[in-house]
Design a protein around this ligand. Sequence first.
Ligand code: BG6
Length: 492
Amino acid sequence: MTSRVIPVDPFTLVVFGATGDLARRKLLPGLFHRDIDGQLPDDGRIVGVSRGPLTVAQYLDLARKAITDHVPAADYSAAQLEVFLARIDYVTADGDADGGWPDLVACLQRTPQLVNVFYLATGPALFGPICERLGRFGLAGGTARVVVEKPIGRDLETARMVNDAVGAVFPEERVYRIDHYLGKEAVQNLMALRFANGLFEPLWNAAHIDHVQITVAESLGVEGRAGYYDHAGALRDMVQNHMLQLLCLVAMEPPAKLEADAVRDEKLKVLRALKPIDETNAAHNTVRGQYRPGASAGGAVPGYLEELGAASSLTETFVALKVEIQNWRWAGVPFYLRTGKRLPARVSEIVISFRRIPHSVFDGQAGPIDANRLVIRLQPDEGVKLWLMTKDPGPGGMRLRSVPLDMSFASAFGVRNPDAYERLVLDVIRGNQTLFMRRDEVEAAWTWIDPILQAWAASPDLLRSYTAGTWGPSAGIALMERDGRTWLEDGA
Ligand code: BG6
């Protein structure tokens, strides 16, 4: 159970790409969790749409398997599963052709609801064609809203094309661009931490913060997604969206209210204040790597090229960046970002590293005095740690030690942390855009990313190799060490 639930309005959620990975792994299990927690109203309906000529019964089998595969059996009863399945319908329709669309219209007319949500869990090539049909078949009016997944484009130009195609049918206030990192519990806690406590805000600036580190490390490789990934790479797949969003939430000014546009205005200002990285400084401020065969906890693992099944590729699976924000609050405070596949662990965290004390009153026996750090752990165990210097207990003089004030959300609240998609899908039904990216944000992020991509294209030799199961190329470590700083893993 989660702590407190308020049911949403009656809705119909239409999922395009209903047999795909996202629907099976995240959307159906997420909605099921919300259902058993009592958050779906009786009139909450889900309509799966895909090209596959399935009967409703066949789709229900797929949905049942999605739930039993991804939700622990101890969490629900057979009766609850049947109640959930009774909400589901299925229509065969092609995003790219008109076949099946009259059936979809008829299905939606049978049980009209207050809110219609169209979730495009498909490749981005279908966003335009599906939106165009939603418009032409009269489904895009009223309060109907559309949800699109990344990747939104592969550069500024293609992002604009996608946004134009969606925007031709849906006004911006009914477009929900998902970045699932914004739905993570710890990411939202970052806002609570910053804006519901008087303690941090006075210190949240260049006078008191030495630097910020953001790490999103994954232990898995590209697995079955090599086809998509090889056209994307870590910069497009993780930095343009998830990591820049995290950076924005750390760096933005307090919005006047926790309202969608107030928050998004502040994030946009951060994106626009990022110091450009281009051919003149990319070699100094960026590191890109690709994993070769190595080892993980489970034994030997193949390299990226083996997973891809190709002799060569210039796609990066690791990136580290030194980013600067050119504004009054952050001048001179580097933000170090790194993300990669096949790193030693799955761990995502933000480290706010405060400045050292200006003068020590302790003698040499006390030991080194570490700078305070605030660590916001996104995964695996979401929580916050504030590292403070304390005295080692007992007699024997004053010896100092860095010890964390430690809050794990799971143990502090004794509740299951909902998956990001559970919250985000319900936010769409509620009509709350705060945790979704606005068009100008996405395009501002691409405006900053494009010159890095161009610089890399001009210097392919900058791609370094790293052994799978390590923390990336040594240049990624040197990126910080040369500034006299070190990547910190929690507890280090
Ligand atoms: C996705 C990327 O957006 O995020 C994947 O496309 C990545 O490559 C995933 O693995 C990471 O998400 P999470 O929630 O598992 O950290």
